[in-house]
Write a protein that binds this ligand. Structure first.
Ligand SMILES: *Cc1c(COP(=O)(O)O)cnc(C)c1O
Length: 465
């Protein structure tokens, strides 16, 4: 299978090239040239498969010959071995014909483990085969950094450097990154804010001359195709468990960069009957404004109780736009140039109608988030994390009919966000799972560096193994 850029300016690339590159050289994002499709009988025959076997069936067509079948199986098995639930992604009944899909049983207690555990193992395999070593560099304000570190901790061919803003990430999140003891893991606490971290990473990708001969940077942020691909699996998994593919299913997804819900869209395009995909946003509501009033304009960032959804612009939305505009790369390039210049984007009527045929959206602010956590706990003693609470609230508000099963994606464990949970009346810090109960006693390792590109790049060059 070949991959093309949403901006049309790159020759088709192989799976391997796409995984190693991240963003396309023309500034666009990679998408498959054509999508594989599954028939209803084939999908029905998958009901009851273990998660890893289902993952193999869903992902194989994308990977093609790049990774031999038995090797892909091994990578998938290794990727989900450290999940602390036998089902890997259990479904909990949470209301009438309504389920919560718990995606937080991985090593860092957030759904990002599904993609980043897989990406780490996949990268290591590709690099081993090529006899190559790379440097993973990224900036984080929370969940991505720890999930990336856990994903790379056993990789022989990767050094990973994650920048976080010094004293500006929550203690649980910082400790999840800084207590992983492995020689290839390097945490940098930058004396600056998250934007400063991101700017340093961007500048380093643009000019990689600070790296030793033969090394290159690899991005593991949410635009990496392999991350999207791994997330498609759990949409099939959940649908098969609640009556699909013989009846359609709806999903509500706490959304930031649009990576998670875009995987649901792909599952639908690959044949899975889906009635609604509900985009749940916090006060950073660019996508809700886009779907509801065709106002995709950039606003100031608002810091919310659901920090992993605090974004101004959702990078993966471009992938959907590409399809909505008939896969016209030139049109997307013009649209995105215009958006960068003006901060505004209005969809053409046909594109907007196309989006609305499948997507609904809802915005939940901090007060609504806290209220949902409180009500849910009072009604059932089920404790939602603030991101999941937004998904549940949006799902109930937007659901078109109660005959269609609704699956709300639970993207994080509540123990990661004690402040929000306590605001909702929970009496103490919610307990961490047992395997992490000693997180606050573990030894931390990180380097505090000045917000200076020479300092940071010098540190990286000096610490590559
Ligand atoms: C990253 C994240 C999200 C947002 O996912 P996107 O793919 O960026 O839309 C939602 N909830 C949690 C807990 C996250 O870590």
């Amino acid at each position: 299978m070949k991959f093309i850029s949403t901006r049309g300016g790159v020759a088709p690339q192989t799976f391997e090239q796409v995984v190693l590159t991240g963003m396309a050289p023309d500034g666009g994002l990679f998408v498959p040239e054509s999508l594989p499709g599954f028939g209803a009988d084939e999908m029905a025959s998958w009901a009851g498969l273990p998660y890893t076997e289902l993952a193999f069936r869903v992902m194989s067509p994308f990977v093609g010959d790049s990774v031999p079948g038995p090797e892909l199986k091994r990578i998938i098995e290794a990727s989900y071995r450290d999940f602390r639930h036998r089902a890997i992604a259990p479904l909990v009944l949470s209301g009438h014909n309504e389920w919560i899909l718990e995606l937080f049983h991985g090593p860092t207690l957030a759904f990002k483990d599904f993609a980043l555990q897989f990406l780490g193992h996949l990268l290591d395999h590709i690099l081993e085969k090529r006899g190559q070593k790379v440097v993973v560099m990224g900036a984080t304000s929370g969940d991505t950094g720890s999930a990336a570190i856990e994903g790379c901790r056993r990789c022989q061919n990767i050094d990973i450097f994650i920048l976080h803003p010094h004293n500006r990430v929550s203690e649980v999140q910082r400790r999840q990154m800084t207590t992983v003891a492995a020689d290839n893991i390097h945490n940098i606490a930058l004396e600056g804010n998250f934007d400063d971290c991101q700017n340093l990473v961007k500048a380093s990708f643009a000019d990689q001359s600070f790296l030793p001969e033969g090394r290159q940077l690899v991005a593991v942020n949410s635009i990496n195709w392999a991350r999207i691909m791994a997330q498609i699996v759990y949409y099939f998994w959940a649908a098969l468990a609640v009556g699909g593919p013989h009846r359609p299913v709806s999903f509500s997804v706490p959304t930031g960069n649009f990576g998670d819900i875009f995987a649901g869209y792909l599952a639908h395009r690959m044949g899975l009957p889906v009635r609604q995909l509900i985009i749940a946003t916090n006060a950073n509501d660019i996508l809700h404004r886009c779907i509801s009033t065709n106002d995709h304009s950039r606003h100031q960032l608002i810091h919310s109780l659901s920090p992993s959804m605090d974004i101004m612009v959702s990078s993966n939305f471009e992938r959907l736009l590409f399809d909505l505009y008939g896969r016209d790369g030139a049109a997307i390039a013009a649209l995105m140039d215009d958006f960068r210049a003006t901060g505004q984007l209005k969809l053409e009527p046909g594109a907007l109608a196309g989006a609305r045929a499948l997507f609904d959206s809802y915005r939940v602010d901090d007060a609504g988030t806290v209220a949902r956590i409180r009500d849910e706990y009072q009604a059932s003693e089920y404790l939602l994390d603030p991101h999941t609470a937004i998904g549940v609230e949006a799902g109930r508000r937007c659901r078109s009919d109660s005959a269609t099963p609704l699956v709300c994606l639970a993207t994080a464990h509540p123990a990661k966000f004690p402040d929000a949970v306590k605001k909702a009346g929970y009496p103490s810090d919610p307990p961490l799972p047992h395997h992490m109960a000693d997180l606050f006693q573990r030894q931390e390792r990180f380097s505090v560096l000045a917000d200076d590109i020479g300092t940071v790049q010098g540190f990286i060059a000096a610490n590559i193994s």
